[in-house]
Design a protein around this ligand. Structure first.
Ligand code: ADP
Ligand code: MG
Length: 357
Protein backbone atom coordinates (compact mmCIF):
# COMPACT_ATOMS: atom_id res chain seq x y z
CA UNK A 1 0.00 0.00 0.00
CA UNK A 2 1.41 3.31 -1.08
CA UNK A 3 0.16 6.90 -0.80
CA UNK A 4 1.44 8.42 -4.02
CA UNK A 5 -0.13 11.85 -3.90
CA UNK A 6 -1.91 13.93 -1.27
CA UNK A 7 -3.90 17.12 -1.62
CA UNK A 8 -5.20 19.07 1.38
CA UNK A 9 -7.54 22.02 1.50
CA UNK A 10 -8.22 23.88 4.75
CA UNK A 11 -7.30 21.00 7.03
CA UNK A 12 -6.39 22.44 10.46
CA UNK A 13 -3.70 25.09 9.91
CA UNK A 14 -2.95 23.89 6.36
CA UNK A 15 -4.61 26.14 3.78
CA UNK A 16 -3.46 24.28 0.72
CA UNK A 17 -0.91 21.55 0.27
CA UNK A 18 -0.28 19.17 -2.59
CA UNK A 19 2.60 16.79 -3.09
CA UNK A 20 3.91 13.43 -4.27
CA UNK A 21 5.38 11.13 -1.64
CA UNK A 22 8.35 8.83 -1.49
CA UNK A 23 8.83 5.71 0.62
CA UNK A 24 10.18 7.58 3.64
CA UNK A 25 8.76 11.06 4.16
CA UNK A 26 9.95 13.50 6.80
CA UNK A 27 8.10 16.64 7.82
CA UNK A 28 10.54 18.99 9.45
CA UNK A 29 10.01 22.37 11.07
CA UNK A 30 9.58 24.33 14.27
CA UNK A 31 6.85 23.75 16.82
CA UNK A 32 3.40 24.66 15.60
CA UNK A 33 4.09 24.71 11.86
CA UNK A 34 1.71 21.80 11.18
CA UNK A 35 3.86 18.66 11.10
CA UNK A 36 1.50 16.66 13.30
CA UNK A 37 -1.44 18.00 11.30
CA UNK A 38 0.09 16.54 8.14
CA UNK A 39 0.20 13.07 9.71
CA UNK A 40 -3.28 13.56 11.09
CA UNK A 41 -4.69 14.29 7.63
CA UNK A 42 -3.34 10.94 6.40
CA UNK A 43 -4.78 9.26 9.48
CA UNK A 44 -8.10 10.98 8.85
CA UNK A 45 -8.36 9.56 5.37
CA UNK A 46 -7.87 6.09 6.84
CA UNK A 47 -10.25 6.28 9.78
CA UNK A 48 -12.66 9.12 8.91
CA UNK A 49 -11.61 10.86 12.09
CA UNK A 50 -8.71 12.70 13.64
CA UNK A 51 -6.26 10.85 15.85
CA UNK A 52 -5.93 13.92 18.06
CA UNK A 53 -9.12 16.03 17.98
CA UNK A 54 -12.28 14.42 19.34
CA UNK A 55 -14.33 17.31 18.00
CA UNK A 56 -14.68 16.72 14.26
CA UNK A 57 -15.27 20.24 12.99
CA UNK A 58 -12.26 21.61 14.90
CA UNK A 59 -10.20 20.05 12.09
CA UNK A 60 -11.61 22.58 9.61
CA UNK A 61 -9.23 25.50 9.25
CA UNK A 62 -10.35 28.49 11.26
CA UNK A 63 -12.46 30.75 9.05
CA UNK A 64 -13.01 28.08 6.36
CA UNK A 65 -16.33 26.35 5.55
CA UNK A 66 -15.03 22.84 4.96
CA UNK A 67 -11.91 20.77 4.57
CA UNK A 68 -10.98 18.29 1.86
CA UNK A 69 -8.40 15.50 1.85
CA UNK A 70 -7.60 13.74 -1.43
CA UNK A 71 -5.28 10.77 -1.63
CA UNK A 72 -4.04 8.78 -4.62
CA UNK A 73 -3.10 5.34 -3.39
CA UNK A 74 -1.64 2.23 -4.93
CA UNK A 75 -3.35 -0.79 -3.38
CA UNK A 76 -2.07 -4.21 -4.41
CA UNK A 77 -0.79 -2.73 -7.66
CA UNK A 78 -3.95 -0.78 -8.56
CA UNK A 79 -4.28 3.02 -8.46
CA UNK A 80 -7.20 4.10 -6.28
CA UNK A 81 -8.45 7.52 -5.31
CA UNK A 82 -9.96 8.30 -1.90
CA UNK A 83 -11.33 11.57 -0.62
CA UNK A 84 -12.88 12.90 2.54
CA UNK A 85 -14.67 16.21 2.96
CA UNK A 86 -16.16 17.72 6.09
CA UNK A 87 -18.48 20.71 6.14
CA UNK A 88 -18.92 23.13 9.03
CA UNK A 89 -22.36 21.64 9.78
CA UNK A 90 -20.67 18.26 10.38
CA UNK A 91 -21.64 16.64 7.05
CA UNK A 92 -18.91 14.20 6.12
CA UNK A 93 -18.45 12.46 2.80
CA UNK A 94 -15.98 9.67 2.10
CA UNK A 95 -15.50 8.64 -1.49
CA UNK A 96 -13.65 5.79 -3.13
CA UNK A 97 -12.81 6.55 -6.77
CA UNK A 98 -15.66 9.06 -6.91
CA UNK A 99 -18.23 6.73 -5.38
CA UNK A 100 -19.77 7.77 -2.09
CA UNK A 101 -19.75 5.25 0.77
CA UNK A 102 -23.14 4.64 2.35
CA UNK A 103 -21.50 4.03 5.70
CA UNK A 104 -18.14 5.19 6.95
CA UNK A 105 -17.62 1.80 8.58
CA UNK A 106 -17.33 0.27 5.08
CA UNK A 107 -14.18 2.32 4.62
CA UNK A 108 -12.44 1.44 7.90
CA UNK A 109 -9.70 -1.11 7.29
CA UNK A 110 -9.33 -0.22 3.59
CA UNK A 111 -6.38 2.06 4.21
CA UNK A 112 -4.71 0.65 7.33
CA UNK A 113 -2.44 3.06 9.18
CA UNK A 114 -0.59 2.95 12.46
CA UNK A 115 0.07 6.19 14.33
CA UNK A 116 2.74 6.56 16.97
CA UNK A 117 2.41 9.84 18.84
CA UNK A 118 3.80 11.34 22.06
CA UNK A 119 0.42 11.43 23.80
CA UNK A 120 0.15 7.65 23.35
CA UNK A 121 2.16 7.53 26.58
CA UNK A 122 -1.20 7.24 28.38
CA UNK A 123 -1.35 3.71 27.00
CA UNK A 124 1.42 2.87 29.44
CA UNK A 125 0.92 5.28 32.31
CA UNK A 126 -2.87 5.74 32.15
CA UNK A 127 -5.76 3.61 33.39
CA UNK A 128 -6.49 0.09 32.14
CA UNK A 129 -9.26 1.37 29.84
CA UNK A 130 -6.51 2.80 27.58
CA UNK A 131 -4.97 -0.64 27.14
CA UNK A 132 -8.31 -2.34 26.55
CA UNK A 133 -9.12 0.26 23.90
CA UNK A 134 -5.77 -0.36 22.20
CA UNK A 135 -6.59 -4.06 21.86
CA UNK A 136 -10.22 -3.45 20.91
CA UNK A 137 -9.30 -1.07 18.08
CA UNK A 138 -6.75 -3.47 16.59
CA UNK A 139 -8.94 -6.55 16.79
CA UNK A 140 -12.11 -4.86 15.56
CA UNK A 141 -10.33 -3.59 12.44
CA UNK A 142 -10.23 -7.12 11.10
CA UNK A 143 -12.96 -8.85 13.11
CA UNK A 144 -16.38 -7.23 12.85
CA UNK A 145 -17.94 -9.87 15.16
CA UNK A 146 -15.60 -8.75 17.93
CA UNK A 147 -16.80 -5.18 17.62
CA UNK A 148 -20.48 -6.19 17.54
CA UNK A 149 -20.08 -8.44 20.55
CA UNK A 150 -18.29 -5.71 22.43
CA UNK A 151 -21.13 -3.28 21.76
CA UNK A 152 -23.69 -5.86 22.94
CA UNK A 153 -21.65 -6.68 26.03
CA UNK A 154 -21.33 -3.03 26.99
CA UNK A 155 -25.05 -2.55 26.57
CA UNK A 156 -25.82 -5.54 28.82
CA UNK A 157 -23.48 -4.24 31.54
CA UNK A 158 -24.96 -0.78 31.24
CA UNK A 159 -28.49 -2.13 31.72
CA UNK A 160 -27.32 -4.30 34.58
CA UNK A 161 -25.71 -1.32 36.29
CA UNK A 162 -28.92 0.67 35.90
CA UNK A 163 -30.86 -2.00 37.80
CA UNK A 164 -28.18 -2.21 40.51
CA UNK A 165 -28.01 1.55 40.94
CA UNK A 166 -31.76 1.73 41.14
CA UNK A 167 -31.67 -0.96 43.83
CA UNK A 168 -29.33 1.20 45.93
CA UNK A 169 -31.86 4.03 45.80
CA UNK A 170 -35.18 2.19 46.02
CA UNK A 171 -34.28 -1.20 47.56
CA UNK A 172 -36.26 -2.77 44.74
CA UNK A 173 -34.53 -5.17 42.38
CA UNK A 174 -36.07 -6.86 39.36
CA UNK A 175 -34.08 -10.09 39.71
CA UNK A 176 -35.60 -11.62 36.55
CA UNK A 177 -34.45 -8.68 34.44
CA UNK A 178 -31.04 -8.94 36.05
CA UNK A 179 -30.91 -12.64 35.14
CA UNK A 180 -31.49 -11.75 31.50
CA UNK A 181 -28.70 -9.16 31.43
CA UNK A 182 -26.40 -11.61 33.23
CA UNK A 183 -26.94 -14.11 30.46
CA UNK A 184 -26.33 -11.54 27.74
CA UNK A 185 -23.18 -10.18 29.39
CA UNK A 186 -21.84 -13.70 29.99
CA UNK A 187 -22.53 -14.85 26.45
CA UNK A 188 -20.65 -11.97 24.82
CA UNK A 189 -18.09 -11.57 27.61
CA UNK A 190 -16.81 -15.14 27.40
CA UNK A 191 -16.47 -14.80 23.63
CA UNK A 192 -14.56 -11.52 23.86
CA UNK A 193 -12.23 -12.99 26.48
CA UNK A 194 -11.48 -15.88 24.13
CA UNK A 195 -10.75 -13.52 21.22
CA UNK A 196 -8.54 -11.33 23.39
CA UNK A 197 -6.59 -14.43 24.46
CA UNK A 198 -6.10 -15.46 20.85
CA UNK A 199 -4.97 -11.96 20.01
CA UNK A 200 -2.29 -11.92 22.71
CA UNK A 201 -1.08 -15.38 21.76
CA UNK A 202 -0.07 -14.00 18.35
CA UNK A 203 0.86 -10.47 19.40
CA UNK A 204 3.40 -11.15 22.15
CA UNK A 205 6.10 -12.60 19.95
CA UNK A 206 6.47 -9.77 17.39
CA UNK A 207 6.16 -7.29 20.24
CA UNK A 208 9.17 -8.84 22.04
CA UNK A 209 11.13 -9.03 18.82
CA UNK A 210 10.69 -5.30 18.19
CA UNK A 211 11.46 -4.32 21.77
CA UNK A 212 14.67 -6.33 21.75
CA UNK A 213 15.70 -4.89 18.41
CA UNK A 214 15.21 -1.20 19.25
CA UNK A 215 16.39 -1.35 22.87
CA UNK A 216 19.63 -3.25 22.12
CA UNK A 217 19.54 -4.20 25.81
CA UNK A 218 19.06 -7.41 27.71
CA UNK A 219 15.67 -6.56 29.17
CA UNK A 220 12.73 -8.89 29.68
CA UNK A 221 9.46 -7.36 28.52
CA UNK A 222 6.10 -8.99 28.95
CA UNK A 223 2.42 -8.59 28.17
CA UNK A 224 0.28 -10.24 30.80
CA UNK A 225 -3.43 -10.51 30.09
CA UNK A 226 -5.39 -10.68 33.35
CA UNK A 227 -9.01 -11.61 33.24
CA UNK A 228 -11.61 -13.55 35.22
CA UNK A 229 -11.44 -17.31 35.67
CA UNK A 230 -14.21 -19.74 34.74
CA UNK A 231 -17.51 -18.88 33.12
CA UNK A 232 -18.88 -15.36 33.48
CA UNK A 233 -22.48 -16.41 34.11
CA UNK A 234 -21.52 -18.35 37.20
CA UNK A 235 -19.24 -15.55 38.36
CA UNK A 236 -21.90 -12.87 37.95
CA UNK A 237 -24.24 -15.01 40.04
CA UNK A 238 -21.66 -15.42 42.78
CA UNK A 239 -20.94 -11.69 42.78
CA UNK A 240 -24.54 -10.55 42.76
CA UNK A 241 -24.71 -9.73 46.47
CA UNK A 242 -21.50 -7.73 46.18
CA UNK A 243 -22.77 -5.91 43.08
CA UNK A 244 -25.97 -5.02 44.94
CA UNK A 245 -23.87 -3.34 47.62
CA UNK A 246 -21.63 -1.42 45.19
CA UNK A 247 -24.31 -0.59 42.64
CA UNK A 248 -22.34 -1.72 39.60
CA UNK A 249 -20.93 -4.80 37.88
CA UNK A 250 -17.66 -5.75 39.54
CA UNK A 251 -16.63 -8.66 37.28
CA UNK A 252 -16.31 -9.10 33.54
CA UNK A 253 -14.16 -8.20 30.57
CA UNK A 254 -14.67 -4.48 31.27
CA UNK A 255 -12.34 -5.07 34.23
CA UNK A 256 -9.65 -6.89 32.22
CA UNK A 257 -6.13 -5.64 32.75
CA UNK A 258 -3.22 -5.84 30.41
CA UNK A 259 -0.10 -5.65 32.53
CA UNK A 260 2.96 -4.25 30.77
CA UNK A 261 6.06 -5.60 32.45
CA UNK A 262 9.76 -4.84 32.31
CA UNK A 263 12.12 -7.24 34.08
CA UNK A 264 9.20 -8.59 36.08
CA UNK A 265 7.89 -5.24 37.31
CA UNK A 266 5.17 -2.95 35.96
CA UNK A 267 6.79 -0.65 33.41
CA UNK A 268 4.49 2.24 34.26
CA UNK A 269 6.17 2.51 37.69
CA UNK A 270 9.66 1.27 37.01
CA UNK A 271 10.42 2.08 33.38
CA UNK A 272 12.50 5.10 32.37
CA UNK A 273 11.03 7.47 29.80
CA UNK A 274 13.22 5.95 27.12
CA UNK A 275 12.17 2.41 28.06
CA UNK A 276 8.50 3.37 28.10
CA UNK A 277 8.85 4.97 24.72
CA UNK A 278 10.59 1.92 23.30
CA UNK A 279 7.83 -0.23 24.75
CA UNK A 280 5.20 1.91 23.09
CA UNK A 281 7.00 1.80 19.79
CA UNK A 282 7.30 -2.01 19.97
CA UNK A 283 3.55 -2.26 20.65
CA UNK A 284 2.81 -0.17 17.58
CA UNK A 285 5.23 -2.04 15.34
CA UNK A 286 3.66 -5.31 16.48
CA UNK A 287 0.31 -3.73 15.61
CA UNK A 288 1.71 -3.12 12.14
CA UNK A 289 2.64 -6.82 11.83
CA UNK A 290 -0.76 -7.93 13.08
CA UNK A 291 -2.67 -5.77 10.60
CA UNK A 292 -0.35 -6.68 7.75
CA UNK A 293 -0.91 -10.37 8.45
CA UNK A 294 -4.69 -10.08 8.75
CA UNK A 295 -5.46 -7.48 6.08
CA UNK A 296 -2.77 -8.39 3.57
CA UNK A 297 -1.72 -4.75 3.19
CA UNK A 298 1.25 -2.96 4.70
CA UNK A 299 -0.23 -0.20 6.87
CA UNK A 300 1.21 3.30 6.57
CA UNK A 301 3.42 4.11 9.53
CA UNK A 302 2.85 7.58 10.94
CA UNK A 303 5.59 8.45 13.43
CA UNK A 304 5.07 11.72 15.26
CA UNK A 305 8.15 13.02 17.11
CA UNK A 306 9.38 9.50 17.84
CA UNK A 307 13.05 10.51 17.88
CA UNK A 308 12.54 12.77 20.88
CA UNK A 309 14.11 11.34 24.06
CA UNK A 310 15.83 8.59 22.08
CA UNK A 311 19.59 8.38 22.07
CA UNK A 312 21.39 8.29 18.74
CA UNK A 313 21.76 4.51 18.82
CA UNK A 314 18.03 3.93 19.20
CA UNK A 315 17.22 6.47 16.53
CA UNK A 316 19.48 4.83 13.97
CA UNK A 317 18.29 1.34 14.87
CA UNK A 318 14.72 2.48 14.43
CA UNK A 319 15.44 4.04 11.08
CA UNK A 320 17.28 0.94 9.90
CA UNK A 321 14.28 -1.11 10.92
CA UNK A 322 11.55 0.92 9.25
CA UNK A 323 13.53 1.23 6.02
CA UNK A 324 13.52 -2.54 5.59
CA UNK A 325 11.47 -4.27 2.97
CA UNK A 326 9.10 -5.58 5.65
CA UNK A 327 7.70 -2.13 6.31
CA UNK A 328 5.95 -0.09 3.68
CA UNK A 329 5.64 3.65 3.51
CA UNK A 330 6.67 5.79 6.46
CA UNK A 331 5.77 9.37 7.41
CA UNK A 332 7.63 10.99 10.27
CA UNK A 333 8.08 14.36 11.89
CA UNK A 334 11.02 16.02 13.60
CA UNK A 335 11.99 19.51 14.70
CA UNK A 336 15.69 19.14 13.82
CA UNK A 337 16.61 19.15 10.16
CA UNK A 338 20.22 18.28 11.06
CA UNK A 339 19.10 15.22 13.00
CA UNK A 340 16.94 14.02 10.14
CA UNK A 341 19.67 14.56 7.58
CA UNK A 342 22.36 12.93 9.68
CA UNK A 343 20.38 9.81 10.57
CA UNK A 344 19.23 9.05 7.09
CA UNK A 345 22.08 6.97 5.86
CA UNK A 346 23.25 7.28 2.26
CA UNK A 347 21.64 3.97 1.35
CA UNK A 348 18.16 5.40 2.09
CA UNK A 349 18.66 8.87 0.63
CA UNK A 350 17.16 8.06 -2.75
CA UNK A 351 13.93 6.78 -1.22
CA UNK A 352 13.54 9.64 1.24
CA UNK A 353 11.80 12.95 0.80
CA UNK A 354 12.17 15.80 3.30
CA UNK A 355 9.52 18.49 3.58
CA UNK A 356 10.52 21.70 5.35
CA UNK A 357 7.35 23.26 6.68
N1 ADP B 1 -8.77 24.23 12.81
C1 ADP B 1 -7.61 24.90 12.84
N2 ADP B 1 -7.47 26.06 12.16
C2 ADP B 1 -6.31 26.75 12.18
N3 ADP B 1 -5.21 26.34 12.86
C3 ADP B 1 -5.29 25.19 13.54
C4 ADP B 1 -6.48 24.42 13.56
N4 ADP B 1 -6.26 23.33 14.33
C5 ADP B 1 -4.99 23.43 14.76
N5 ADP B 1 -4.39 24.54 14.30
C6 ADP B 1 -3.06 25.04 14.54
O1 ADP B 1 -2.10 24.11 14.11
C7 ADP B 1 -0.92 24.34 14.86
C8 ADP B 1 -0.35 23.04 15.39
O2 ADP B 1 0.06 22.29 14.37
P1 ADP B 1 0.85 20.96 14.70
O3 ADP B 1 0.70 20.12 13.49
O4 ADP B 1 0.45 20.38 15.99
O5 ADP B 1 2.32 21.54 14.83
P2 ADP B 1 3.68 20.78 14.95
O6 ADP B 1 4.46 21.20 13.73
O7 ADP B 1 4.31 21.30 16.20
O8 ADP B 1 3.41 19.33 14.98
C9 ADP B 1 -1.27 25.16 16.05
O9 ADP B 1 -0.70 26.42 15.90
C10 ADP B 1 -2.76 25.19 16.02
O10 ADP B 1 -3.25 26.38 16.51
MG1 MG C 1 3.73 18.00 16.48
Amino acid sequence: MYLRHLKLIDFKNIKEFETDFSQINCFVGNNGVGKTNMLDSIYYLSFCKSYFSPNDTSSIREGADFFAIHGDYVLKGTAEHFSCTLEADGRKQIKHSGKLYKRHSEHIGRLPSVMVAPNDQSLITGGSENRRRFVDIIVSQQDKTYLNNLIRYNKAVEQRNKLLKNYLKTRFLDETALDIWDEQAAFYGDDIRQRRREFFAGFAQPFRKYYDYVSCADEQVGLDYRTYEGGLLDLLGRNREKDKLTGYTTVGIHRDELEFGLNGRPIRYYGSQGQQKTFLLALKLAQFDYLYEHLGLKPLLLLDDVFDKFDFQRVSKLLQLISQQHFGQVFLTDTHIERVESIIADEFKDKTKIFRL
